[in-house]
Ligand binder design. Structure first.
Ligand code: GLY
Length: 325
């Protein structure tokens, strides 16, 4: 472990608020896992963030399900998915890591586990998310025509660069074409002592088939942290990330000597080779090296990373984007 300057690197501009909330404790020598959980908590509680927690868009049946994971190292990680009664999946994932011999809990039993550990029960469906679902149900896309959705450019998450905005899904579009894409908070932190940690939290793809789980709660896909190599997190179309073990791939590139930006780029290029890219697809990786260097790469423009370090808070576009369409 190399001691040095603390840093936080999180996906999307809405994460700047969570980075700020976590920063003072991290900069004073706090645990990087506490920092990334704080970043997730802020996004999870914000009804304006339409891809995470309260405010997250529901599945095709109108129910919100939340997924998350945390990781310190290959032997210290935890995950919870398909939560329907608890707002903080990353926090439940930490309980799985710390209070069970297991790596992942799913569905109703994960909610029961959260109850047993004192997590408060919450209604997850925000009024605006319910209205968006009702509009979707009444629209031609509400018939569940997957092929039509795959061609729909408005499904792609786009960051307008306003940290106060929160909405990624068609925020640049008007009216009913909003609310048709998804994304995730992935947050990475390096403590003053050089320890790394990461967390992910998401409501998954809006209007997803009930039961669908994406990359975010799966170690190696939405998040990977190895104190011997670095940390990476992913956001975007989970199916593309899962097909390439995206975050694991980024960390393995760093293990072989790639800088974080080059490692993230390699994973994006792999996705570009492995999949036929549809108009709604977006994927971005944020990577954190052992020395605190941050790099990011994305499939397309419209992604920003929120970075906090001793120089302050800033939003950075990825160093590499595969496509400009
Ligand atoms: N990246 C989040 C998801 O696909 O569920």
């Amino acid at each position: 472990m190399q001691p040095g300057n603390p840093v936080m690197a999180s996906t999307w501009s809405f994460s700047a608020r969570g980075n700020a909330a976590a920063w003072v404790a991290l900069a004073s020598g706090g645990d990087p896992l506490d920092a990334v959980l704080e970043a997730c908590r802020v996004a999870e509680e914000d009804p304006a963030v339409d891809s995470v927690g309260f405010g997250g868009l529901p599945d095709a049946s109108g129910r919100v399900t939340l997924d998350g994971c945390v990781m310190r190292s290959p032997s210290r990680c935890g995950s919870a998915c398909g939560l329907r009664r608890h707002l903080h999946p990353a926090r439940v994932a930490r309980l799985v890591m710390e209070r069970t011999p297991h790596g992942m809990l799913a569905g109703e039993a994960a909610d029961d586990f959260a109850d047993a550990h004192g997590e408060p029960v919450r209604d997850l469906l925000a009024p605006a998310a319910r209205e968006a679902w009702e509009r979707w149900r009444a629209s031609p896309r509400g018939t569940g025509d997957a092929a039509a959705q795959a061609r729909d450019r408005s499904l792609r998450p786009v960051d307008t660069g306003d940290p106060a905005a929160g909405a990624l899904f068609g925020a640049h579009l008007r009216g009913e074409r909003r609310w048709h894409a998804h994304d995730t908070i992935g947050s990475l932190a390096r403590g003053r002592d050089g320890q790394l940690a990461g967390a992910c939290s998401t409501s998954g793809t809006p209007w997803k088939v009930p039961g669908r789980v994406g990359d975010s709660p799966i170690v190696g896909h939405g998040l990977y942290v190895d104190p011997e190599a670095g940390a990476a997190t992913a956001t975007g179309t989970g199916e593309l990330i899962m097909g390439t073990c995206g975050s694991f791939l980024v960390v393995e590139e760093m293990r072989r000597g790639a800088a974080p930006a080059a490692a993230a780029r390699a994973a994006v290029e792999r996705i570009g080779r492995a999949f036929r890219i549809e108009p709604h697809h977006q994927v971005a990786f944020v990577a954190l090296g052992l020395d605190g260097t941050v790099g990011a790469a994305a499939l397309r423009t419209g992604f920003l990373a929120a970075i906090r370090d001793g120089r302050g808070e800033r939003l950075e576009p990825p160093g590499f984007t595969l496509r400009d369409d």
